[in-house]
Design a protein around this ligand. Structure first.
Ligand code: PEP
Ligand code: MG
Length: 537
């Protein structure tokens, strides 16, 4: 048994088999060889294994998607046996004296280009199939798994790093836990793992080639045990049972009000990243959605999401929450959430760069599309609009002007919309310092403690090296929260916290004392926070 330590991104225990996402390994190296016959025999063996894999896939597909759709794997088998394709690979090995992987990759490129240039659309479509079977062969030859982000059986994902867009693409029901070699506990991937309530560790020095090994993630002491002893597995199973029991206990708080003994009501909402998370919010009895990170909708697409797609998504979330408040944050693209189609120039300091409302007020058409979708969706539920990364009064004023124009246009065209609250995130020290000027312009403040901590104590939240210095309990951060809550009260608006600190059990009492009205946390934290609040005097 080997044990590797890292930082805890999301608590919990996971026991399962490792599935390694080896993203670096995708390029095929050209290696000169002296024994072509040996390479040809490696190729034939790989071909046989690939054939068996395709048989299995065919059977699985028949069950999952029906006979007709499963036929594609039969076509792949035929292609794998195609004479021209085979001859080309063998010829490259013999004449160029290169490794089989390289010969397959070269043949794949040649054939795929040939198919792609054909007139016939059906034949053009074969280019992707050639690439698919060739990748399969290369994966077998180099003994690596494919990098698809869907898995047939639940597994523990191990990767160098995971981007937020990769994380959102994964089938959440098939993930037992995440372990990354790099990454920080404040990254969006870590936040997503907490939202998904999946145990996760980051910064773990896992050796390479751990694919298929049994492992235990202990998201309480930060350890990953590979090939654990039977005793260790028994202990982990017991711990898992205790955890589940704890969850059941907390479920006692389902349906109970979030109110202190002296009658102070706190709105306890959930943070979500997609419609798929609403189920978790409901299961955990969220009283509303305090932060819907709408940028994940953008991250899931290969081009700007249309007004219609956005409208449907926001409407769906509002409807699913059945009249409970749903605070949708306008997109916070930039910094660690980069999207190719936004074509953002590389920046020296992305966290201080072209991000969130700065993009929205520069490329207003993107902003207008989202605002139109949000305002239309407000007709169908209790939606609030929230704008992130505010630093100046003019940003709020300009946003409100755009909203007014959209509303006027809707009124003229008889497009219905409802009443909705308009709020801003307080996540920069600048916004804290001018809170008295911002408060009269908005219905609420929601404190983004992740960024507020980063900008207040000048610590890059993504930088693993600085985790020791990233202190969200820093008195400067707490004082800022106190100032915001007091300013909100002074101006008669409500104040919430939607950063990760909202779920910090050590601070719940302090936040209630400050006069915070709302806490928005990952769904799995709701019952624990509700219990603490109900136990407060
Ligand atoms: C925050 O900064 O605290 C926040 C909630 O926003 P994000 O983590 O998405 O930047
Ligand atoms: Mg933020």
């Amino acid at each position: 048994m080997d044990v590797y330590m890292g930082s805890i991104a999301s608590k919990g225990i996971a026991i399962g088999t490792i599935r390694e996402l080896d993203k670096k390994d995708n390029t095929v190296r050209r290696i000169s060889i002296t024994d072509p016959e040996r390479e040809i025999s490696r190729f034939h063996k790989a071909q046989q294994i690939a054939m068996v894999q395709l048989d299995d896939l065919y059977e699985l597909a028949k069950k999952e998607v029906g006979d007709e759709n499963a036929l594609i794997f039969d076509v792949h088998k035929m292609m794998l046996e195609d004479e021209d394709y085979n001859e080309s690979i063998i010829n490259i090995i013999q004449t160029q004296k290169v490794n089989a992987e390289y010969a397959v990759a070269q043949t794949s490129d040649n054939f795929a280009t040939m198919f792609a240039n054909m007139e016939d659309e059906y034949m053009q479509g074969r280019a992707a199939d050639i690439r698919d079977i060739s990748d399969r062969l290369i994966n077998v030859l180099s003994e690596r798994e494919d990098n698809a982000l869907t898995f047939n059986t639940p597994c523990i994902i191990v990767a160098d790093d995971l981007s937020p867009s990769e994380t959102v693409q994964m089938d959440k029901s098939k993930i037992l836990g995440f372990v990354t070699r790099k990454g920080s506990v404040n990254s969006h991937t870590a936040i997503l793992s907490r939202t998904m309530a999946v145990p996760a560790l980051v910064g773990v020095p896992v050796p390479i080639k751990v694919n298929g090994q049994k492992a235990i993630i202990n998201g309480f002491d930060g350890s990953l045990s590979i090939s654990p002893t039977p005793e260790k597995i028994t202990i982990a199973k017991k711990r898992l049972a205790v955890e589940n029991k704890q969850k059941e206990l907390l479920a006692e708080y389902k349906g109970k009000e979030t109110i202190t003994k002296s009658g102070k009501k706190i709105n306890l909402y959930a943070n979500i990243g997609s419609v798929g998370d609403v189920g978790l919010a409901l299961q955990n009895d969220a009283e509303g959605i305090g932060l819907f990170r709408s940028e994940f909708l953008y991250l899931e697409q290969s081009n700007y999401p249309s007004e219609e797609l956005q409208f449907k998504t926001y409407k769906q979330v509002a409807e699913m929450m059945g009249g409970r408040k749903v605070i949708i944050r306008t997109m916070d693209i930039g910094a660690d959430k980069q999207i190719d189609y936004f074509n953002i120039e590389p920046e020296e300091n992305p966290a201080l760069g072209y991000r969130a409302v700065r993009i929205c007020l520069t490329e207003e058409s993107i902003f207008r599309t989202q605002l139109r979708a949000l305002i239309r969706a407000s007709y169908f539920g209790n939606i609030s609009i929230m704008v992130p990364m505010i630093t100046s009064v003019w940003e709020v004023e300009r946003t409100k002007e755009i909203i007014k124009e959209i509303e006027a246009n809707f009124t003229k065209k008889n497009i219905p919309f409802g009443k909705y609250e308009f709020g801003i995130m307080i996540e920069t020290p600048a916004a804290v310092m001018i809170a008295d000027q911002l408060a009269p312009l908005v219905d609420f403040f929601s404190i983004g403690t992740n960024d507020l901590t980063q900008y207040t104590i000048a610590i890059d939240r993504q930088n693993q090296m600085l985790e020791r210095f990233y202190d969200p309990h820093h008195p400067a951060v707490l004082r800022m929260i106190e100032i915001i809550a007091a300013t909100g009260q002074q101006y008669g608006i409500w104040t919430g916290i939607c950063g990760e600190l909202a779920a910090d059990e050590e601070l719940t009492e302090t936040f209630v004392e400050y006069g915070i009205n709302e806490l928005s946390v990952s769904p799995a934290s709701i019952f624990a926070i509700r219990k603490i609040i109900r136990d407060l005097d």
